[in-house]
Write a protein that binds this ligand. Structure first.
Ligand code: 9MR
Length: 367
């Protein structure tokens, strides 16, 4: 009588173990801080694998395009809400935090604003109205906003040209934050930028801006480092940028992570296993640097800019073959995915290094 019971138990245990091997822990479930993805309603619910991965792996959602001014604004006081709302519904239904992206961006200026003419006060009024309308619409639905995106120019330490800079001067950035705070007092407000991990002039300009905002009580809660990088982006710069913003007590969001493997001039690529291994190593470095340089209380999230390789903006924008994300075209996790998981655990030697260092404002470094 005993034998069949033991046999039955063994069978259950073996199948459990086999099941456990196949169902690896999802990214977000393995991470002490939120892990997000930029999502597009174009794919969501239309591609079952995309939707399944988005639901299973991530705990945070950013709209890749749907919440940008060109996605929402159809004229002064006229809005197209339904696409963005569908994403907000998805986030609520699946209990994911929603990060708003973005209220003010030089590249996403609605046509009617481009053809608008008026004095600075008139431009200020349309900026303020837009932030107020969008901020109040999503109040209670978003956890946070990229209030201003990419206001700094590359390698020059100056402000980037934009309709807002032309008509309102550099003060438009700080004022946008004040308007956003009024519109949604509970949202965490971020300044989002690219390139500060490899462009030291831009990093210095961003730090000057942050310091100035803090001195003037501009309501800035966090910094978004987009982190559109390649396998050859040096680790030292990534660490330095994370460390500098963390030292200032800000929330830190790696907000648009992707790692290109095509560093050649060619549009086509021989995608070798070595390149994917280098990509995995870079992802591990980024995640590990985040864990080691940013105190736990300041870790807002790491968000990847898309889900699977073919969804990425990179190929369209650079007109080159590439594979920059954590999932392949069949929505299978790549080496880079497992490296992300691995990067969550600091290696012992760096944990010792971190222990010997003074903790940054807001908590202890390391995990
Ligand atoms: O990935 C986005 C792409 O689909 C859009 O065409 C493009 C213009 O709106 O924006 C891309 O996302 C950008 C993000 O909003 C800001 N940082 C750079 C991202 C890649 O260009």
């Amino acid at each position: 009588m005993r034998y069949p019971v033991e046999f039955f138990l063994a069978l259950v245990l073996t199948s459990f173990a086999a099941f456990g091997q196949k169902t690896k822990p999802a990214l977000a479930a393995s991470s002490p801080f939120p892990v997000g993805a930029a999502l597009s309603p174009r794919y969501l619910h239309k591609h079952p694998e995309y939707t399944a991965v988005a639901i299973r792996e991530f705990s945070s959602v950013t709209a890749e395009n749907a919440m940008k001014p060109r996605g929402l604004s159809r004229g002064r006081g006229k809005y197209h809400w339904s696409t963005a709302d569908s994403l907000a519904d998805f986030a609520r239904k699946h209990r994911k935090q929603l990060h708003g992206h973005t209220l003010v961006w030089h590249e996403s200026v609605p046509e009617w604003v481009k053809s608008f003419s008026g004095d600075p006060a008139a431009y200020e009024a349309i900026l303020q109205e837009y932030i107020f309308d969008v901020g109040t619409h999503f109040r209670g639905k978003v956890k946070s906003w990229d209030v201003v995106n990419e206001a700094l120019s590359d390698s020059a330490g100056a402000m980037r040209k934009s309709v807002w800079l032309t008509h309102l001067g550099p003060g438009y950035v700080a004022r946008s934050f004040r308007y956003a705070r009024q519109a949604d007092p509970d949202a965490k407000l971020f300044y989002n930028e690219y390139g500060v991990e490899y462009d030291s002039v831009k990093l210095a300009a961003a730090l000057r801006m942050v310091d100035d905002f803090r001195q003037r009580n501009v309501p800035l809660d966090g910094i978004g480092l987009q982190m559109h990088i390649s396998i050859s982006t040096p680790e030292a710069g990534i660490r330095k940028a994370l460390r500098e913003f963390a030292r200032r007590g800000l929330l830190v969001h790696i907000s648009e992570l992707d790692v290109r493997i095509n560093t050649t001039k060619d549009s086509l690529l021989n995608e070798t296993p070595e390149l994917f291994a280098k990509q995995a190593e870079k992802v591990r470095q980024v995640v590990r640097a985040y864990v080691e340089e940013v105190p736990p209380a300041q870790r807002f999230a790491i968000t990847t800019w898309g889900v699977a390789d073919p969804n990425s903006w990179v190929m369209k924008f650079r007109k080159k073959e590439d594979y920059p994300l954590l999932f392949d075209k069949n929505y299978r996790p790549k080496k880079a995915y497992f490296a992300f998981l691995d990067g969550l655990t600091p290696n012992p030697s760096s944990r010792e290094r971190a222990a010997g260092r003074k903790p940054g404002r807001g908590g202890q470094t390391g995990n």
